[in-house]
Design a protein around this ligand. Structure first.
Ligand code: C2E
Ligand code: CA
Ligand code: CA
Ligand code: CA
Length: 282
């Protein structure tokens, strides 16, 4: 009897501390959600844009929008708040802002008769379930953009929790005429399977593979296989994180379609990407 009592006492202690830490986690998530809502209201978020270039012609094929948070003392990178926003659900609201701002910028370039065929926007799993199809449709209409001017980048993790639902939503988006891109290819385990079952028009070769492709034959071969498969399936390939001329040359020799990376430009604020796009020949 004594042992049982000690045991249950121990369990009770354990339960109590678990529930206290669960409360602390929930409080922390609430604080984050409030800060993000306040940040949106005070217009503290900014979009930066990184150009994507065709490997054969060197022309701009699109730009990728990447969010930052301008706080009084510093520009906070997405790694510091996107995971929290995904956790507490405020990614849906933040994501709607990102989509609207990216489309507003695209509409501006269009009015100015500037060359930028496509805007790529990152979308999280939560947003897929948060009525994304309707949001995308309304946002494109608000800015008078064609669906083909928008590309939605999804990571594999966005598709994992409910693959059937994700697939249905992906097809609705594709039917709308928006193109889908599989981000961070090679980081997950079933990426090849994912390419087969989802309506992706583009696959993005992850930075990790690109950074090792000149030194590691495994990474080189993986990229070569992916590009060959993509070509057979009429899927466009974009290599990300290209930093060295040798990487770009190698990708070009393998028949990769496009690239982005510091070798061309880092993500740039709106005024600077606009200057970039105004250069002759882009
Ligand atoms: P990602 O979509 O894979 O974006 C590519 C990241 O690589 C960006 O980091 C970009 O700045 C960085 N990058 C670009 N060129 C180079 C290069 O040559 N070398 C290296 N080492 N890195 C390069 P960033 O902007 O910090 O974004 C990090 C991640 O945050 C993104 O990864 C994306 O998953 C997420 N993210 C950014 N903006 C959004 C957004 O609006 N919504 C959502 N849901 N996620 C976002
Ligand atoms: Ca991306
Ligand atoms: Ca990526
Ligand atoms: Ca990534």
């Amino acid at each position: 009897a004594l042992r049982a009592q000690q045991y249950s006492c121990g369990r009770w202690e354990l339960w109590r501390s678990d529930s206290e830490s669960a409360h602390a986690v929930a409080r922390e998530a609430d604080r984050w959600a409030q800060r993000i809502h306040a940040g949106l209201k005070q217009e503290e978020f900014r979009l930066y844009y990184q150009p994507q270039l065709a490997l054969d012609t060197g022309k701009v094929v699109g730009v990728e929008a990447l969010v930052r948070w301008q706080q009084s003392d510093r520009l906070v990178p997405p790694a510091e708040f996107i995971p929290a926003a995904e956790n507490n659900g405020s990614i849906v609201q933040l994501g709607e802002w990102v989509l609207d701002e990216a489309c507003r910028q695209m509409a501006f370039w269009q009015r100015e008769d500037m060359h930028c065929p496509r805007m790529a926007v990152n979308v999280s799993a939560h947003q897929l379930r948060g009525g994304i199809v309707d949001t995308v449709w309304r946002t494109l209409a608000r800015h008078s953009l064609a669906p083909s001017q928008l590309e939605i980048e999804l990571t594999e993790s966005a598709l994992l929790s409910d693959p059937a639902e994700a697939k249905a939503i992906a097809h609705e988006l594709a039917d709308l005429g928006v193109t889908l891109s599989l981000d961070d290819f090679g980081v997950g385990y079933s990426s090849f399977a994912r390419l087969r079952s989802m309506p992706f028009k583009t696959v993005k070769i992850d930075h990790q593979f690109v950074s090792r492709m000149t030194a590691d034959s495994y990474d080189y071969d993986l990229i070569r296989m992916l590009i060959d498969l993509a070509k057979k399936k009429q899927i466009t390939t974009i290599a990300e994180g290209v930093e060295q001329p040798e990487q770009r040359e190698l990708l070009s020799s393998l028949g990769c379609d496009a690239w982005q990376g510091y070798l061309c430009a880092p993500p740039l604020p709106a005024e600077r990407i606009t200057q970039f796009l105004r250069q002759p020949g882009v």
